[in-house]
Design a protein around this ligand. Structure first.
Ligand SMILES: [Zn+2]
Length: 324
């Protein structure tokens, strides 16, 4: 069974683009049980970096009204998919696909949190405070290579309130895309396991989006998890967007995270349909190849089960239950 920490299938459907990675029939056959389906209100005109080093500017903020309108459309797109919505870990079953409704960027949440309960009722169980841009709650990291994530201010007062409210409701707070000041604010405030749904080890790939060792340690100490992102620009040591990159680039980050944090804190966050992943993997249909690569690298069945799904289930259980 595979559970994925991040995919952008909904955005592709909303834009009317063909999906590259997330064929749901192939997914069922490959043992893909679902994961975090992002509702991401896109920033216009964000270029792909074409050379190293790169330092893209932070995109503008997106006003609440505009973000709400687009998020509603994206939500309807998600509801039209032939998948169940996951609000309990029992929703993840072999042969079936379940979607955790995930807001990637909290722009569709009013800064006074007046519509947070509505989103909860609609099934939202995970919120990334930011995408790589500023909003009313926090500031994301700009896309830069090489760069640390120490790029701007921490959470606003509204951001701190949002983290507390998510803790109360049992909504997972996702740290991917957040700058390091924001990360440490959440680490101080949150009483749930810390989670980065789709981020890698900065020690191996010095992109601003990746996590420094002290951040990995904090996630480990909280009982949380890091979903390894399959985007080659966040995997490769040179940060280059080269599709012809081997699957072992993913294993390299799994190795590092497992060594640094322990096997209980490593999972997958593929970024399918949101990024360029190794051609050798392709999309969801290629996930069994990744299990084989982990086996070749010396991981036993128990370790592979933790990485592919069990760690996600543990953290979701801890975050969603005993609350709400
Ligand atoms: Zn993302």
């Amino acid at each position: 069974m595979f559970i994925d920490g991040h995919n952008d299938l909904v955005l592709h459907r909303w834009r009317g683009e063909p999906t590259n990675h997330m064929d749901l029939d192939a997914a069922r056959e490959a043992g893909f049980a679902g994961g975090f389906f992002a509702i991401y209100v896109p920033s216009p005109n964000v270029p792909d970096p074409t050379e190293i080093p790169y330092a893209l500017p932070l995109p503008d903020t997106i006003p609440f009204e505009e973000a709400s309108r687009i998020a509603d459309e994206l939500y309807r797109e998600l509801c039209a998919l032939p998948v169940r919505r996951a609000t309990s870990t029992a929703d993840f079953r072999d042969g079936d696909v379940a979607a955790i409704v995930h807001l990637e960027g909290a722009e569709p949440v009013a800064s006074d949190l007046s519509n947070l309960d509505d989103w909860y009722e609609r099934g939202v169980r995970s919120i990334g405070l930011t995408w790589s841009r500023p909003n009313a709650f926090a500031e994301g990291v700009p896309f830069r290579f090489p760069s640390s994530a120490d790029t701007g201010p921490g959470l606003t007062a509204a951001g701190r309130e949002l983290v507390r409210a998510c803790n109360r409701l049992g909504i997972l707070v996702d740290l991917s895309h957040l700058n390091s000041s924001g990360f440490w604010d959440v680490a101080r405030i949150s009483d749930a396991p810390l989670v980065a749904t789709h981020s890698n080890a900065h020690a191996l790939c010095a992109a601003s989006r990746n996590l420094a060792d002290d951040q990995l340690d904090a996630i480990r100490d909280s009982g949380g998890v890091v979903g390894v992102n399959f985007a080659v620009t966040f995997l490769r040591e040179d940060g280059m967007q080269i599709p012809d990159s081997p699957i072992t680039e993913i294993v390299r980050h799994v190795d590092y995270l497992a060594e640094r944090m322990g096997i209980d804190h490593v999972a997958f966050g593929p970024d399918f349909d949101g990024s360029v992943v190794p051609d050798a993997l392709g999309g969801v249909a290629g996930l069994p190849k990744l299990s084989d690569a982990l086996r070749d690298a010396g991981y036993d069945d128990d370790a592979i089960a933790k990485i592919t799904h069990a760690n996600w289930l543990r953290v979701l259980d801890a975050t969603w239950s005993e609350r709400g």
